[in-house]
Design a binder for this molecule. Sequence first.
Ligand SMILES: C[S@@+](CC[C@H](N)C(=O)[O-])C[C@H]1O[C@@H](n2cnc3c(N)ncnc32)[C@H](O)[C@@H]1O
Length: 259
Amino acid sequence: MVTVQENYYAQPELAARYDADADGRRDIPFYLALVRELAPSSVADVGSGTGLLCSLLVRADSAGMKVAGVEPQQTMLDVARRQPLADRVEWIHGTAADLPAAALDLIFMTGHVAQYFLDDAAWAAVLQDIAQSLVPGGRLVFEIRNAAAEGWRGWNDDEPRPVPGGSLRRSTTMTGDLATHIDEWTIGARTFTTRETLRFPDDATIAGGLDAAGLEVERSWGNWDGSPVTPDSPERIIVARKLPRDPTAGTGTAAFRLH
Ligand SMILES: C[S@@+](CC[C@H](N)C(=O)[O-])C[C@H]1O[C@@H](n2cnc3c(N)ncnc32)[C@H](O)[C@@H]1O
């Protein structure tokens, strides 16, 4: 019988090796370049995990940009506080609901954090919290795996595969738009079994939540090489801007389109 121990992020041994698993990720240079271009004076990373992006942002910054990392899992925050220049980041143990109102130029949800909101109500709520925390004209930047590309189909291992420090065997089941993966880890002499459910919302669901929160899609990409969103591109990488509400402006933005 499989005993599912816990959330991956609550296991100190797994949290401590998260950045090794994430080695070579392509989103980080993409987002660092975007921050250089947008030059915000304040940034928050919702679901900041091990704090890697926050740490890299303060390391790259020479203009005194304020950086906050928001993370509900204390185990991950403990890792984050050990990142280089972590003392220059404001760490918040919580969620987007804990961000100050009308305070931020840019809010990130990286590492597919946007897929942790498992139904329309949760998606609407986090976007409302984020919109309230942005200054007018402020931006939300995030990515979601393209539901239509069905990338979850590749999340099954017949045999354990090597990962830094050990091995992993993953099995995934899909129910509606929710993918649940059970991961059997062997790290050194220890084994862990973790379970996680992620949502794969379709484009209309993504856009509907943004629209309801008053966030207009400004730019989008379909992959980390900067290629456009297409029906089968692996990602929806989105920059959405908080616009001042214009009561004469009809139904709002609905600007997330394939192109
Ligand atoms: C895949 S990790 C991504 C971490 C980091 N953003 C990165 O890119 O490396 C997902 C993170 O989201 C956090 N998380 C889960 N549910 C959340 C929620 N409702 N609000 C904020 N963060 C959440 C988890 O604790 C975990 O640290």
